[in-house]
Design a protein around this ligand. Structure first.
Ligand code: HEM
Length: 518
């Protein structure tokens, strides 16, 4: 629009009569003012920002979800803000979230410089047919691999391998303080690795350290150029291009790590003519690829999960996506739950008392015990609610114009779900600032209501929610049934503020684990 006005301005400049020029300039100015008033009046209310930057300068002072929480108090359940060149509309009620995120035209993702580095592949930033088919495929194959809240699935056995090793490591720590993020990180990572590629990192594996460094450096670098998502000119500033190049290099290294394994598996399959059952997600993808190649002539277009994309690149990006979406979120949830146990010793006592009724101290807690341990699931879910692991969800884009009440939201708007606000809504959760796991228990059973938004809602709801719930239940229940833990002497329990990166994580802390008497 700006360029259009600029061209008209230039054209007027060529008029020979000064009177005509003045008249046309005034008309243009009035036209621009009129159009802008009409446009802004049709949008949901919101704060005025600074020209070109919008509200970006104000997001530095406090964590963005707290800034948005304050705005929602002032403007209500739906409000708009300008973030650089991107119009952003925030949805702050479960009713609006459910209504709008269930629509087919709510599933776009922002067309921004950093998002575009992923090339529209994978599942998190892909759109349209490619995205929809990946979701269907992933749901189906996760289930086939045992990601369901049932006992004794293949996936539970994978998790058990990690729990066994975790217990050995915690026993070896012998009362010395350890960083739980480091100890638990590898095992949470391995759970996803095994499901995807039947592969796990050992404690001595230097590749794991390198992989992790690349991922966390990549995250930090994203933070350094985040403004570029909204103000493209920012990326032209000195030094910023170097950051983008390093991000690209990091992404390429992480992708190469996955690609090597995918290529090795393809070769391994080519060498063996034995018929075999798929053992992991990678096998399912490669089986599908082979089936597609063999039946090219009669290709079932509706089931093609690689429409117009390079299949290997797509599988690589799926692997990258599942790591980035699944690793940090699950680990952060587990760390916060440990913190909550120290902050609320009575809750920890009840967890252990419940465990005592169902299993012996030190005995393995399994998915078979889940229904007898509703309070444990309630503790995990209440922790996610209180701390808001992903307080602003993931930004959507509406692919068609929306009407929300009397407001018009143009297509292409960034839509941000205010998950933190919904978690703290007193109309949904009485006394939301209190840690009360029992709010998720009804008639003695663990119950999640459809107002719980921590995994999102609608078309793009988290694919890994059952996976996360299974691993969190098993890790947490077994830690609680085997150990007591506390802060090292003289150190305070971490505060609730934490740091907001890709998730809302606690500040780094250490714990001392002590084996419970059998
Ligand atoms: C406590 C753990 C987790 C939380 C709180 C969480 C939360 C979320 C949220 C809020 C979204 C955005 C939904 C939206 O765009 O509206 C999301 C998307 C997603 N999550 Fe999770 N997640 C968790 C664990 C996992 C795990 C373990 C995996 C897989 C290994 C996973 C895979 C994904 C994927 C692939 C998407 C993108 C879906 C799409 O764009 O269609 N998540 N998650």
């Amino acid at each position: 629009m700006f360029y259009y006005y600029f061209l008209v301005f230039l054209a007027i400049n060529f008029l020979s009569s000064a009177f005509l020029r003045t008249f046309m300039y005034s008309t243009l100015v009035f036209w621009i003012i009129f159009k802008n008033i009409k446009y802004y009046k049709s949008l949901p209310p919101g704060p005025w920002g600074i020209p070109l930057l919008g509200i970006l300068p104000f997001l530095n002072r406090r964590p963005p979800h707290m800034v948005y929480l304050n705005m929602a108090e002032k403007y209500g359940d739906v409000f708009s803000v300008q973030m650089g060149s991107n119009l952003t509309v925030c949805l702050g009620s479960t009713k609006l979230m459910k209504e709008f995120f269930s629509r087919n035209d709510s599933t776009g993702r922002p067309n921004t410089p950093l998002n575009n580095l992923l090339g529209g592949l994978g599942v998190i930033t892909s759109e349209g047919v490619l995205w929809k088919r990946q979701r269907v495929f992933l749901h189906e194959k996760f289930r086939a691999l045992g990601v369901k809240l049932w006992p004794n699935t293949r996936f539970e056995r994978d998790i058990n391998v990690e729990i066994d090793e975790l217990m050995v490591e915690l026993n070896q720590s012998e009362g010395k303080s350890v960083n739980p993020a480091h100890v638990l990180g590898r095992h949470i990572h391995n759970v996803i690795c095994q499901l995807m590629m039947s592969f796990r990192f050992t404690a001595e594996d230097s590749a794991f350290k390198l992989f992790n460094e690349k991922v966390s450096r990549g995250m930090r670098l994203f933070g350094l150029v985040l403004i570029g998502e909204h103000v493209k000119a920012y990326l032209k500033l000195p030094g910023k291009m170097a950051v983008i190049n390093e991000i690209k290099k990091n992404l390429a290294d992480v992708s190469d790590f996955h690609k090597e394994r995918i290529v090795a598996r393809i070769q391994q399959r080519e060498q063996s003519s034995e018929p075999r059952q798929p053992v992991d997600l990678l096998d399912f993808y490669l089986d599908h690829l082979e089936a597609e190649k063999q039946s090219k002539a009669t290709k079932n277009e509706k089931r093609d999960i690689f429409p117009d994309v390079d299949p290997v690149q797509q599988i690589v990006q799926i692997m990258n996506d599942l790591f980035s979406a699944g690793m940090e979120t699950s680990l952060t949830s587990l760390l916060w739950t440990c913190i909550m146990m120290m902050k609320h010793p009575k809750v920890a006592e009840k967890v252990r008392a419940d465990l005592k009724e169902v299993v012996l101290p030190g005995e393995r807690v399994t998915m078979g015990h889940r229904l007898q341990l509703p309070y444990i699931e309630a503790v995990l879910i209440e922790t996610m609610r209180m701390v808001s692991i992903v307080p602003l969800g993931t930004t959507h884009v509406n692919t068609a114009e929306w009407k929300i009440g009397k407001y018009t939201i143009p297509a292409g708007t960034h839509i941000v779900p205010l998950i933190h606000r919904m978690n703290m809504d007193p109309d949904i959760y009485m006394e939301p600032e209190l840690f009360k796991p029992e709010r998720f228990i009804r008639d003695g059973k663990f119950t999640i209501t459809d107002t719980f938004m921590q995994f999102g809602v609608g078309q793009r709801m988290c694919i890994g929610n059952l996976l996360a719930r299974m691993e969190l239940f098993l890790f947490f229940a077994n830690i609680m049934n085997n150990y007591e833990f506390c802060m090292p002497e003289g150190e305070d329990i971490p505060g609730m503020d934490g740091i907001l990166g890709s998730t809302h994580a606690p500040l780094p802390f250490k714990l001392v684990f002590k084996k419970l008497e059998a």
